[in-house]
Design a protein around this ligand. Structure first.
Ligand SMILES: Nc1ncnc2c1ncn2[C@@H]1O[C@H](COP(=O)(O)OP(=O)(O)O)[C@@H](O)[C@H]1O
Ligand SMILES: N[C@@H](CCC(=O)OP(=O)(O)O)C(=O)O
Length: 385
């Protein structure tokens, strides 16, 4: 297993993708769906031929594939993508089997095996589940198998769904310590405005968040896709922020993209690998409540990366227990997420009190920080869908 600790330097450019030992490739529903709404087998066969060639060349590949709902629509005779959760779950249940059967056949044609891995957001929140998923994926890769990952749509509930597979792909890239993430969609890259608008231009490289200033993205994708470009930029930010560069391009460009040719948009790695725990906290944790901070406390947990003390908390909402994930909200909005040391029952009596006052009140011999800095993850302002 790729253990925590020193890792290879992030790939410096697209050319490195061709030699990267381990890559995650994500394909969206919009690319896998033919105009009549059915699974487009031409796309599946083209994708598989390219991935199988990479495998044969020694590269380890994890495929995150959407398309379960799309593949279930025609067999169930539905008019389009279901709107209610229960029908979407049922459609995904029918479609996922079909999808994996097609991948199994297609990879089988190239003499390769696949393994289905269905994950829920919970699997990336709970340490035990995370470790299990990591172990299973590592073993699949060691056995030469191509893991095919999707969200476990049939059991995922509305509250804690990824919904789109872009963020799931970014978190899986972190989970398997991939060297690069390749996001395949129905446009050949990120444009500075809606691609359908005349005059919009391809953005070839994003090296820092400032390169996105002036780029207009929408959350509207195709009728079958979810999240549009917004979730892809979120995914790119999760991956690059933890040291994994991203190539975003069309499914038609998969071959040149994996060969390291200059296609699509390259998002350079901007950060270093984070602990899995911080990444869960920032991007996957199910939040049980909110702590409202005064300006000084908001600054201390962001700029100073200090622990949150009761003295800086002015209010709270939600019903949470010690150890639950909560959002920390400053005067200008959410600044961080963290694991609280106190539940919503005992916190109100502590608000605004200094550690000395709390010691005097006898509640705790040595009051702890409400959120210790090791249990804090900063949240970057999120784009609106
Ligand atoms: N600035 C932009 N650059 C590129 N595509 C964009 C932009 N803004 C919105 N989009 C839309 O995002 C869509 C891709 O998202 P989506 O349909 O959710 O794909 P997928 O199913 O691959 O996840 C494209 O069809 C495109 O129209
Ligand atoms: N898990 C869902 C994917 C949802 C979805 O549409 O994702 P995406 O096309 O990646 O935006 C499915 O397989 O249908």
């Amino acid at each position: 297993m790729r253990e925590d600790g020193p890792v290879n330097l992030p790939l410096a450019n697209r050319a490195g993708v061709a030699q990267a030992p381990r890559i995650v490739v994500k394909i969206g529903s919009s690319s896998l769906t033919a105009p009549d709404g059915r699974l487009d087998l031409t796309v599946v066969h083209h994708l598989v031929a390219v991935l199988a060639a990479r495998r044969a060349a020694g590269q380890q590949v994890v495929l995150v594939s959407s398309g379960a709902i799309a593949a279930g629509i025609a067999p169930l005779g539905l008019p389009g993508k279901p709107k209610d959760l229960a029908t979407a779950q049922a459609t995904a249940s029918v479609g996922q089997g079909i999808l994996v059967a097609r991948y199994t056949e297609a990879f089988g044609y190239h003499g390769q095996r696949v393994g289905q891995v269905l994950l829920t957001a919970e699997d990336l929140i709970r340490r035990q589940n995370y470790a299990n998923a990591q172990r299973a994926l590592e073993r699949l890769l060691a056995l030469g198998v191509v893991p095919i990952v999707n969200e476990n749509d049939t059991v995922a509930t509305d509250e804690i769904r990824f919904g789109d597979n872009d963020r799931l792909a970014a978190l899986v890239s972190h989970l398997v310590r991939a060297d690069a993430l390749v996001l395949l969609t129905d446009v050949d890259g990120l444009y500075d405005g809606p691609p359908s608008r005349p005059g919009s231009r391809l953005v070839p490289t994003v090296s820092a968040t400032s390169d996105l200033a002036g780029v207009e993205v929408t959350g509207r994708g195709t009728a079958i896709g979810t999240g549009g470009m917004v979730t892809k930029l979120d995914a790119a930010s999760i991956a690059t922020g933890s040291g994994i560069p991203v190539v975003l391009t069309s499914a038609a460009n998969v071959k040149p993209a994996l060969a390291g040719v200059e296609v699509g948009t390259w998002f350079a790695a901007t950060g270093h690998r984070k602990s899995a725990r911080r990444l869960w906290l920032a991007h996957a944790a199910q939040v049980r409540g909110r702590l409202h901070l005064d300006a000084g406390a908001a600054r201390a947990v962001t700029d100073g990366k200090r622990s949150l003390l009761a003295a800086g908390i002015v209010g709270l909402d939600g019903d949470f227990e010690p150890g639950d994930a909560v959002e920390l909200v400053g005067p200008d909005g959410v600044v961080a997420r963290g694991l609280t040391a106190y539940g919503s029952g005992e916190l109100p009596a502590m608000l605004g009190k200094s550690s000395v006052q709390l010691r005097g009140s006898g509640s705790d011999a040595m009051p702890r920080a409400v959120v210790h800095r090791d249990d804090l993850a900063q949240v970057r302002p999120r784009r609106r869908h």
